[in-house]
Design a protein. Structure first.
Length: 119
């Protein structure tokens, strides 16, 4: 189990188990946010926060909503907005202790162009 939180602690995250790999995406939003994603579903990922603790941002194809803490601004996770995959989501694994993610491989994803993994 991997636990993390935003800077102020208002949003807490749990990944039950751990992702097989972390994903660094170079799309326009992920590169600006500086995130490292751990993908899963709500079967393995849980978010604990008070009601309205996050703000969401949806853009482009509107396939996913990025969630950030309203208090400290940390981007904590994203969740699918698509009807066919409503449980798909990812945690920002940079918000978990470094020792809990250091052993996980990092895959680079070309979200800016080819939509393919680069390694």
């Amino acid at each position: 189990m991997v636990k993390g939180s935003c800077h102020c602690g208002a949003v807490k995250t749990t990944y039950n188990g751990e992702p097989k790999a972390l994903v660094r995406c170079n799309c326009s939003i992920c590169s600006r946010l500086g995130v490292l994603w751990g993908h899963g579903t709500d079967a393995v990922i849980s978010i604990t926060a008070t009601k309205n603790a996050t703000i969401s941002y949806v853009w482009g194809d509107k396939d996913i909503a990025f969630h950030s803490c309203k208090t400290c601004g940390c981007t904590t996770h994203w969740r699918s907005t698509r009807d066919e995959s409503p449980n798909r989501m990812a945690l920002n694994m940079l918000l978990v202790p470094a020792q809990d993610r250091a052993h996980l491989p990092v895959r680079d994803f070309d979200g800016a162009d080819s939509w393919a993994f680069l390694n």
